[in-house]
Each structure stands twice: as structure tokens, then as C-alpha cells.
Design a protein around this ligand. Structure first.
Ligand code: PXP
Length: 242
């Protein structure tokens, strides 16, 4: 199970003062040295956290590869084509949102935009993942779009109370199975924490987790290296659980 650490919120703290620290690229180096398999960043249209120069530096130092999250929009797709990260995850983006709120809309009107983004990325030799809700119709649409992977949105699972969580987990597990049957690689992320990551890590066909906020929050108190090591341990323990 690959653990990709999202370092956006290191940049969020830096941008609170528009200064040079803390450096998300330094956080990425520490994360990889502490058990992360790769680094995820979201280059948002409003550049509220990660900046173009962060991405450029990150691509030089991240040994395990960069998973770049972007919207299916011309300006950021052109950056992805130029910089060629190992993987691009297409995400929905709204200016007023605090974080990515739901999966991609693959209904008829927006599907063609996503299709052309997948084609562009594919011709640039970039592996493409689609961030989507764990919904069978949406997973089928991802296969039809010929994406390489889906990232299942774990937000509803993460926000669910104790009584609702098993149902949300089985929704994730059955969507993951369907995606794998359709030939898509399966990733998951959003809202995962040290406490709730285990059962998601235990979904056998799931190959990659993208986790940010919980790790960066813990790093404030224990340091980046220990925060990543603890998440690595939680993921591996969830994977090994019977
Ligand atoms: N995956 C995607 C597609 C995201 O947009 C985000 C948030 O940037 C994450 C994973 C990580 O979510 P969190 O910060 O809640 O761990």
C-alpha cells in the first residue's frame, strides 16, 4: 500500500504570512525519509497554498514521484503537460470551498471536459487518476473515460458517525472492487486520520492512499518525521489486520 503525503497545509501556514517558511518541499523530503512513498500537492487556481515554484522544486527532489492534483482547466493542465509529474489526479474545484468537497462531476455536460483532459495528460505520458465519489455509475464512467486510476473520496466515510461508518466502508469496498474489475487502479483519500485509516487500508484492491491534513496537524506537535512514521504504521497495521 503506497502512502502519498499531501504537503499542501505546510504551504497554507507559509501563505498565512506570505513568507518563505515553513517550506512544503522540506516537509516532502522529511516525509519521504520517514516512510512516505511519494508526495501529493494540489495546485489550486487561486494558489492559496502550493505555488508554481513549489511544484517545480518538488519535482526535482521527490524520489517517489509527485501526484499533482488539478482541476480539468486549461491553465493548470498546461502546467502539468510542461512539468510532467508522475501522476495527475483530476479534482473538482470551487473558489469558495475550504477543501475539495465532492468527487468529480461526470454527468453529460462535464464529462467531455474530463475526457479531453485525460486525453491530453495521456498523450503527455502522465498517468491519470480521477477523484470520484464511491458510486458504481461514476466508477463505470471513469473506465469509459480510459483513466488509469480512480481515487475514491473517503470524506463521507471519514465524517460518518459510529453507526453509519460500516455502511460507508462497504460502499468504498464495493466501489473499489468494481473499479479493479474494470481495470482501474484504486486509490483513496480525503479526511483520513490515524484513527479511521485502518479499515480503508484493509481494502485489498486499494493501492494508494493520499493523506494530508491529519499528518500535518500531528506534525505541529511531534514533528514531520514522527507524524509520517506514525501514519505509515497505522496504514501498515490496517493492511495487515485480518
Ligand atoms: N485526495 C484529494 C483528491 C484531495 O483533494 C485531498 C485534499 O487536498 C486529499 C486527498 C487529502 O485530504 P486530507 O488533507 O483530508 O487528508
Amino acid at each position: 500500500m503506497r502512502l502519498f503525503v499531501n504537503v499542501d497545509h505546510v504551504a497554507t501556514v507559509r501563505e498565512a504570512r506570505r513568507t518563505v517558511e515553513p517550506d512544503p518541499v522540506q516537509a516532502a523530503v522529511l516525509a519521504e525519509a520517514s516512510g512516505a512513498d511519494g508526495i501529493t500537492v494540489h495546485l489550486r487556481e487561486d494558489r492559496r497554498h502550493i505555488q508554481d515554484h513549489d511544484l517545480e522544486r518538488l519535482l526535482e527532489v521527490a524520489a517517489g514521484g509527485v501526484n499533482l492534483e488539478v482541476a480539468a482547466e486549461e491553465a493548470v493542465l498546461a502546467i502539468a503537460e510542461r512539468l510532467r509529474p508522475a501522476q495527475v489526479t483530476l479534482v473538482p474545484e470551487k473558489r469558495e470551498e475550504i477543501t475539495t468537497e465532492g468527487g468529480l462531476d461526470l454527468g453529460h455536460s462535464s464529462r467531455e471536459r474530463v475526457r479531453s483532459a485525460v486525453r491530453r495528460l495521456r498523450s503527455a505520458g502522465i498517468r491519470t487518476s480521477l477523484f470520484v465519489d464511491p458510486d458504481p455509475e461514476v466508477i463505470e464512467a471513469c473506465a469509459e473515460l480510459e483513466a488509469d486510476a480512480v481515487e475514491l473520496h473517503t470524506g463521507e466515510y471519514s465524517n460518518a458517525g459510529d453507526s453509519e461508518r460500516p455502511a460507508q466502508l462497504s460502499r468504498l469496498a464495493s466501489s473499489a472492487e468494481l473499479a479493479a474489475e474494470l481495470g482501474l487502479s484504486v486509490h483513496a483519500g480525503h479526511g483520513l486520520t490515524y484513527d479511521n485509516v485502518g479499515p480503508v487500508a484493509g481494502i485489498e484492491v486499494c493501492e494508494e492512499l493520499n493523506i494530508g491534513h491529519s499528518i500535518i496537524s500531528r506534525a505541529v506537535f511531534v514533528g514531520m518525521a514522527r507524524a509520517v512514521e506514525e501514519m505509515r504504521f497505522a496504514v501498515d497495521a490496517g493492511r495487515a489486520a485480518p
